[in-house]
Design a protein around this ligand. Structure first.
Ligand code: MN
Length: 214
């Protein structure tokens, strides 16, 4: 892997940053609970090998340029496990991101021969890349990010375009593209359900409140 180009921004993306109509996005927070653990970093890439990192200070989420992009109907936002990122972004920035693509959902629908759908699994199995995950649990609230943190954060968005291309080929090949698209279209609603209190409820289940015996 050649060394990626990484640009660090503070509080928002620049107004003139042009990332195209398919933007890979990931977020890093202090933990996994959006109401407790503040959003620290948003990573973006147009798929050209460059990652843009936006660092947020506590409580300072007035990011008009980023928000405009997140809700732009002409820009598809590309995530791995979008559900969690959409909830975090809505909670902290106040906007529901749409339209979206999620490589995890696309993989679950396309790669029915596998039960391994993490980003690391996809990078390895679909692209033949070994993504390091050592910084996954690091302190993203630190005033200065280390180079290791920056390159880890960047690696979560740099390969999503290539993974999407491969998954899309498989979805078309096996006649599953429309089904996948319908699921992806529902993702913002799924994230909204999470934020509204149905986070551990499968609203489609026969017995949604007794998941152990359904
Ligand atoms: Mn990440």
């Amino acid at each position: 892997m050649s060394k990626p180009h990484i640009t660090l921004h503070h509080g928002d993306i620049p107004a003139d940053l042009e990332l195209g109509n398919l933007v890979a996005i990931d977020t890093e927070s202090l933990g996994l609970r959006w109401a407790r653990d503040r959003l620290c970093l948003v990573q973006l890439s147009s798929g050209d090998g460059t990652a843009h990192l936006v660092k947020f200070e506590a409580g300072k989420y007035d990011a008009p340029n980023l928000k405009k992009m997140l809700i732009d109907p002409g820009v598809t936002k590309l995530f791995h496990f979008a559900r969690a990122d959409l909830a975090t972004l809505k909670y902290h920035l106040g906007v529901m991101t749409a339209p979206v693509y999620c490589t995890k959902i696309a993989s679950i629908i396309a790669r029915t021969f596998s039960d391994r759908h993490s980003l690391k699994d996809l990078a390895r199995d679909v692209l033949g890349l070994d993504l390091a995950k050592e910084q996954q649990t690091s302190d993203w609230g630190t005033p200065e990010l280390t180079d290791a943190q920056k390159s880890y954060a960047a690696s979560d968005v740099l390969y999503l375009h290539k993974i999407k291309s491969k998954l899309d080929e498989m979805l078309v090949r096996d006649g599953r593209a429309e089904l996948a698209q319908a699921v992806l279209d529902f993702l913002p609603t799924r994230a909204e359900l999470d934020l509204c209190g149905w986070n551990d409820v499968d609203v489609f289940a026969h017995k949604p409140f007794n998941s152990s015996s359904k």
